[in-house]
Design a protein around this ligand. Structure first.
Ligand code: CMP
Length: 157
């Protein structure tokens, strides 16, 4: 049986500026991922320094932070069986020019930096990133009526 997972998605400033917010959220909804957290925030250096700590020595670090602060972002927590992997598949490869057509980056991005979305890359990272962006009372547990139609009984029992 596959496990239910939660993962973090950031819809970046380029997506908001290019009026793609609804389109992007729609893709995850249609797939069957459950939105259990969602808010608009303005990113600041302190949060970005920890979120992108693994890139701090890269030449693009300052430029990446400037871009991520250039307008608000929307952050979501998405839930579903194997959600970490599924969400990354929907996002596509990091560089929009290389991402498969049909993925978000493949359809909407021409860049490595301005690549529309960020998604957690493992379950361990997802747990850390969700805590970084959401307080416990900003996450919701609720039933959705589509649930029995999204999965077979043996997948969820
Ligand atoms: P993201 O999934 O948010 O993870 C790290 C981000 O760094 C990545 O998406 C890009 O926005 C950015 N990034 C990664 N590699 C490069 C690069 N070579 N040049 C500029 N930005 C990059």
């Amino acid at each position: 049986m596959k496990t239910k997972e939660k993962t973090l998605l950031i819809i970046k400033p380029d997506a908001l500026q290019r009026n793609l917010l609804g389109e992007i959220i729609h893709r995850f909804e249609r797939k069957g991922l459950k939105i259990v957290g969602l808010k608009m925030i303005q990113l600041e250096d302190v949060l970005l320094n920890s979120h992108y700590a693994h890139h701090k020595d890269k030449p693009f670090f300052e430029s990446l932070k400037k871009f991520m602060k250039s307008s608000p972002v929307v952050v979501l927590v998405l839930e579903g069986l194997e959600a970490v992997k599924v969400v990354r598949q929907i996002c596509g490869a990091t560089c929009g020019r290389e991402a498969d057509i049909g993925t978000i980056r493949g359809d909407f991005s021409m860049s490595t930096q301005t690549n529309i979305v960020h998604a957690s890359d493992s379950l361990e990272t997802a747990e850390m990133e969700i805590k970084r962006f959401f307080k416990e009372d900003e996450l919701f547990e609720y039933q959705k009526i589509d649930f029995p139609y999204l999965y077979s009984e043996d997948e969820i029992n």
